[in-house]
Design a protein around this ligand. Structure first.
Ligand SMILES: *Cc1c(COP(=O)(O)O)cnc(C)c1O
Length: 420
């Protein structure tokens, strides 16, 4: 199919989405209002954007940014730092910050994100300093097939094991086909859990920020964490992460990030604050662009007969979209199309390759201004049945839409080629 052939299909898909887009617009407006309100409340000034050097004492801009995150996320305190190297580092800091030898970590949404397994000590060699090395045990309960928490199994674990000190939830789906855990589901479940235990409720909030009108901290989570090169950095943050939640817990996390006794008082913000402030200001809008791109792709590809999740009509609470191709060739063609539609490195042709830690070759498409930033349009897939691509991001809806059209074009051109 040529671009001209696809255009009417894209127009039809887009027309059907008007209602959906209007709903997403409302969420964006609400979140923008919250962010703006916080900027006003804390009197953000031009001087706060300049940053500090050395020890970073009395860095007003850094401290106020923490307060702004806490205000917008409806919690007591936050730790927003460019010093976090990745989402995994943020989550690990929170786990080490809160858990102590003899404690048990109970994950209630199955295994946490792949990269945390070594931190926890599920994989990897002993002696590296995993939680397990420090005498912190790990247990998990799976989500039910319909995506609900397994209340019975969780209750049993909590009643039988008084060492459970943290209940861990991953909001977004990660590399699985399960649905995102909605805030409604979290609210009911957290109320239930709080009646059983005073364990800390922690949510891996990656990809979830600003996808709904609230964050998990507004419905009972004690701690949330995420990456700044995903949603809350708004596409402008160059690196970093945040933890938000109860003040006593944030202090422990800050002790872990720097040193016990120092905590939040040190840490030069260098020249990063302008990006972090402007990025957070942009974030509701940027997330809207990514969500519209995902909804558009869901509509166009389901129109073409592919299985998509979430469906175009489904209420979504993160920015991830999957498309299942059933075959290797269209999957690879899709990823090449996404790459070809990127603003940076568009001429690069992604190839599947063997990545450490994965049992199958993986193909990745990303052409971003900030290296590896997945709030920018990016796609990846393990080369194995049922040949599902996971993609997310898109700094602007129109560029995202054009890349999706390009991906469909490359995929259909591929299908025209004679079979080798
Ligand atoms: C991205 C992500 C992480 C880890 O973030 P990295 O920056 O890749 O280390 C953890 N959990 C979830 C759900 C994620 O999406």
């Amino acid at each position: 199919m040529t671009k001209e052939d696809i255009k009417p299909l894209a127009d039809t898909a887009e027309k059907k989405l008007a209602g959906q887009f209007a709903e997403l617009d409302k969420i964006c407006e609400k979140n923008t209002e919250k962010v703006l309100h916080a900027f006003h409340r804390f009197k953000v000034s031009e001087a706060m954007l300049h940053g500090s050097t050395g020890y970073g004492y009395d860095d007003r801009g850094r401290d106020v940014l923490d307060e702004i995150y806490a205000d917008v996320f409806d919690c007591e305190d936050a730790l927003v730092r460019h010093h976090f190297v990745s989402g995994t580092h943020v989550l690990a800091t929170a786990l080490y910050g809160v858990l102590r030898p003899g404690d048990t970590l109970l994950s209630v949404s199955g295994n946490p994100y792949d990269t945390l397994l070594e931190t926890i000590g599920v994989t990897g060699e002993p002696g590296g300093g995993s939680l397990k090395d420090f005498g912190i045990q790990f247990k998990k309960t799976e989500l039910l097939p319909n995506g609900d928490f397994d209340y019975g199994a969780v209750e049993k674990e909590i009643k039988n094991d008084p060492s459970i000190r943290m209940i861990f939830v991953q909001r977004s789906r990660g590399y699985t086909q399960r649905p995102t855990i909605s805030l409604e589901k979290m609210e009911a479940f957290f109320t239930f859990v709080k009646n059983l235990t005073d364990a800390v409720i922690m949510v891996d909030n990656c990809y979830g920020e600003f996808a709904a009108e609230k964050e998990p901290t507004a419905v009972g989570a004690d701690l949330i964490a995420g990456s700044l090169i995903k949603n809350p950095g708004g596409g402008l943050a160059q690196t970093g992460g945040y933890i938000a939640g109860r003040k006593d817990l944030i202090e422990k996390c800050a002790y872990r990030l720097t040193a016990v006794g120092i905590g939040k008082e040190c840490g030069a913000s260098l020249s990063q604050l302008r990006y972090l402030y402007q990025g957070f200001f942009m974030a509701p809008h940027t997330v809207l662009q990514a969500m519209k791109t995902a909804v558009f792709a869901a509509a166009l590809f389901s129109e073409m007969g592919f299985a998509v999740s979430p469906s175009p009509e489904e209420k979504r609470e993160d920015i991830i979209q999957t498309i299942t191709f059933g075959k290797e060739k269209p999957l690879i063609a899709f990823c090449r199309g996404i790459q070809a539609g990127a603003p940076i490195d568009s001429y690069v042709v992604p190839e599947p390759w063997a990545m450490p830690g994965y049992s199958d070759p993986v193909i990745m498409a990303a052409g971003s201004f900030v290296s590896g930033a997945s709030i920018e349009l990016s796609a990846d897939a393990p080369i194995k049945p049922p040949y599902t691509v996971y993609f997310q991001g898109g700094l602007t809806y129109h560029s995202g839409k054009l890349a999706i059209i390009k991906a469909l074009q490359m995929l259909t051109e591929e299908a025209q080629e004679p079979v080798q």
